[in-house]
Design a protein around this ligand. Structure first.
Ligand SMILES: [Zn+2]
Length: 357
């Protein structure tokens, strides 16, 4: 027994030393769970895109360790002031990546046993597509989970902002199991593919701020009403959410989304980082004001709806995109619309076609 304890002591001293000289920290799933959503921490899945698509940690960005350009992508987008929380399938690839990243000056948290240990411990996962928008000056990137249709989530500095969470439209989403409790939930309007009381309840804690239009508030019986032109600031990070108009203009279609009822949202995360989620709307003239609301800084990312007869045609989407002029355009709420020619018509921005039908 004594010998065994002695060996254990040596082994633990060795592993402690190896962690010290490697300058990264190995964490169990329980420890990793407490650390990976924090302000100043970026979660990176270093597996292949195929492995990532099968399932991954909440708000993890996928950068494949085995691909050329791994270190370049990290160095270009993340300052060494950020902590990188990394994992692979079993812990082998992430240990190699942890070594390279700590050599490059990053503080690294490595999930021991990888995704396998994480899922065996029953921790939170989902399988949605994830995009990130890097920020300058060593700040946290904006990480976006693309859930479906009109539903998406922004993760920024440890805060979670959900937009139009809906459980049952298209693929089923289990918000209680797949996402942390939200700091804010933004509802654009009261239609069933945007407003789902059960999903809101599943994401809510006593701290969650629910921001919505008046008709949505009437339906669910709670939340803070924002009319077009009103804004609200989310603490502690100071994210400003501004409600902007969203409505139909085509004759005979005004009843789908009457002017003054629903909201789009312009979200000011930090200096250069912003997002515009248009809601259900056509290419309304108020869209030319969106860049002015950012002192003519380009909007980091815009979500524009493209489906008939409720929102925009592809031509209207092109017109709207030119008014808003975001750096990145992600069409959403597009159902069966053919968007294959969209990117060629908008060379001035990056157009990402994702699973947001
Ligand atoms: Zn809709």
């Amino acid at each position: 027994m004594k010998t065994r304890l002695f060996i254990l002591a040596i082994l633990s001293a060795m592993s402690f030393n190896s962690c010290n000289c490697n300058n990264w920290t190995d964490l169990t799933p329980d420890e990793f769970e407490k650390a990976y959503i924090a302000d100043g921490t970026v979660t990176i899945d270093v597996r292949t895109a195929d492995e990532f698509a099968q399932g991954h940690l909440y708000h993890a960005v996928n950068i494949d360790w085995q691909k050329d350009g791994f270190m370049d992508e990290i160095k270009v987008n993340f300052n060494t002031t950020l902590t990188l929380a990394i994992y692979c399938r079993s812990g082998k690839r992430s240990a190699a990546a942890a070594q390279a990243l700590s050599d490059a000056g990053y503080k690294v948290l490595n999930l021991t046993g990888g995704y396998t240990a994480w899922t065996e411990a029953g921790k939170m996962t989902n399988s949605y597509q994830v995009e990130y928008i890097p920020a300058g000056g060593g700040n946290d990137p904006l990480v976006i989970t693309l859930i479906k249709h009109g539903s998406l989530e922004f993760a920024y500095k440890g805060m979670s902002v959900q937009v139009d969470p809906v459980s049952g439209y298209g693929k089923n989403t289990d918000y209680a199991k797949e996402f942390p409790k939200a700091d804010a939930i933004l509802i654009t309007h009261e239609h069933g593919d945007h407003l789902d009381k059960n999903a809101i309840m599943a994401l809510s804690s006593e701290k969650t701020e629910v921001l919505l239009n008046a008709k949505s508030q009437q339906q669910i019986g709670f939340g803070r009403i924002l009319a077009n032109g009103e804004h609200f600031t989310l603490s502690p990070v100071g994210i400003i959410v501004e409600a902007v108009p969203a409505y139909n203009t085509t004759a005979g279609r005004e009843q789908f989304h009457p002017k003054g009822n629903g909201n789009g949202y312009l979200i000011h995360f930090w200096g250069t980082l912003s997002a515009y989620v248009a809601g259900d709307t056509e290419d309304i003239p108020e869209m030319v004001d969106i860049p002015k609301m950012r002192q003519n800084m380009r909007i980091s990312v815009a979500f524009l709806p493209v489906n008939q007869p409720y929102t925009m045609t592809v031509d209207q989407c092109v017109n709207a995109a030119r008014m808003v002029n975001p750096e990145v355009l992600i069409p959403y709420h597009f159902s069966q619309t053919d968007l294959s020619g969209l990117a060629d018509r908008l060379p001035e921005m990056k157009v990402l076609l994702r699973d947001m039908q």
